[in-house]
Design a protein around this ligand. Sequence first.
Ligand SMILES: Cc1cc2nc3c(=O)[nH]c(=O)nc-3n(C[C@H](O)[C@H](O)[C@H](O)COP(=O)(O)OP(=O)(O)OC[C@H]3O[C@@H](n4cnc5c(N)ncnc54)[C@H](O)[C@@H]3O)c2cc1C
Length: 567
Amino acid sequence: MTFRSPVSEYEFLLNHIIGFDRVAATERFSEASDDMVSAILNEAGKMCDEVMAPLQRPGDLNPAYLENGVLRTSPGFAEGWNAIAEGGWIGMSAPQEHGGMGLPMTLTSAVNEMMSGACLSLQLAPLMSQGQIEALDHHASDALKELYLPKLISGEWTGTMNLTEPQAGSDVGALSSKAEPNGDGTYAVSGQKIFITWGDNDFAGNICHLVLARLPDGAPGTKGISLFLVPKYLPDENGVPGKANSLKVVSLEHKLGIHGSPTCVMQYDGATGWLVGKEHGGMAAMFTMMNNARLGVGGQGVGVAEAAYQQALAYATERKQGKTPSGTIADHADVRRMLMEMKADVFASRAILLSCAQAIDMAAATQEPECAARAAFLTPIAKAFGTDTGIRVAETGVQVHGGMGFIEETGAAQFCRDVRVTSIYEGTNGIQAMDLVARKMMDGGEMANRLMDEIEEQAERARQVYPNMAEAVWQACESLREATDWLVAQEDLQNRFAGAVPYLRAFARVLGGHFHLMAAMADQGGAREKLARFYVKRMLPEHAGLLQHAQEGIEGVMALTLEELAN
Ligand SMILES: Cc1cc2nc3c(=O)[nH]c(=O)nc-3n(C[C@H](O)[C@H](O)[C@H](O)COP(=O)(O)OP(=O)(O)OC[C@H]3O[C@@H](n4cnc5c(N)ncnc54)[C@H](O)[C@@H]3O)c2cc1C
């Protein structure tokens, strides 16, 4: 089965659903004309289908490995990286003054999603660089920017991010890596980091690590953390990689999936680093990188869901079993149900992802706090629902294949294994949901309510054409509003946290209904209308149970003691 990038789907979403015309109407993104957007999506799609997709299985079968301390990447990955770099896809949204294209994040998100569907392991490499480019652009000194940004953007060098330590996972503030001033403006960085994605490779001239560490006078917790740029090779006076820095890859993790993506244990022994941002301001700088990566990881989920759906559909329309009109399993009601659910959720999660990216672009172009608040609110939903959709759709894809889904040769199982990590890294989905109900509701639920106003206004407009569908979306939104009010009223945050995951999922379900309804309006009598009816009647109702769960509070969750849990 060959992967085909869903270019026309992005075009539909940009033109009819997420309001990309507003982005293109801004001065900052005025170059993003219809023709340009179409050319970019088609060109990226070609690269994904022809160069990256053929690397998906070889990467799984031939994981990256260490040979005498030298990291060897999967066959074909170096050529794949070169194609990504030469196409300019790493620096699509990077600043033009440093060699980037300055394009909207919405387009980068679409391209990143295609790359993830084609080969998730390789796509992680440009995603890490993109996050680093954004963090340096916002927080680094001009000298660091001038040296590093052009090389990261061109793909000559690659970037990583180093937060996690054995005792500091979700609790980043527990990290123990240290940085001591060298007295010449540089710092000596020491410590061990684990789970570092693309911590090394054999195709870039230098690997640039962004490392969180604590200065001697850094307070405990997240407030005392600083961010350092620590390159594998120290650039000489001409910026050319010279002496090796005091750091190394100790080992590679053996993982459930994404075998082509080396996940490294890194050791820093007084490695020379440069401060990025202010002393003790590391978390602020890192958040720039993490927000970018959160959206990117949401896109990974959607991309793998797309690929798993394509694969399942192709299998279902060929596999003959039982008596059906076409002779294939695709005409069995239960198989068709699975295919419909997969397709409906790929659309919903993609629409949420791109509308979040659109808000990021509007915030960048207009500097309006409202747009930034919208982007911040949608980010955890885009991350968690995108990745949950990836996991569910890939798992359903295995079921569509029957026994062949459990056999590695079909590739259905690889999607399941690869995508599983996406709900874990970049802040687990549980942490995303807590962020949504706590930090993102510090405005008393204002942003949530504004989004819900939009959903209801749109449902009102759709009533004339689709009274039943519009009413269902409107009612679901009202229930969401009630649950939001209940959450906001809970002063004990534990009451919010206990139901945070179901609440986030319910919000995504309602947003999905909203976007499906818009799609139906844009395609009256067409396939999108039929898919919207399926979603609204059969998938949207899930919100009711989720919201009931969300409003039960902490008590029942803690009802069993740890002893009772164990017996
Ligand atoms: C393949 C892979 C690649 C990775 N790449 C990178 C990378 O490039 N750079 C990097 O720095 N890190 C990376 N990570 C690390 C990743 O970000 C962490 O695994 C993740 O943040 C979770 O931390 P943890 O594994 O320590 O789990 P823990 O923090 O121990 O969490 C275990 C469980 O407890 C829950 N939990 C923890 N704290 C709370 C809380 N306060 N409230 C509620 N629930 C909580 C979690 O949601 C989870 O369900 C990677 C991990 C993997 C597996």
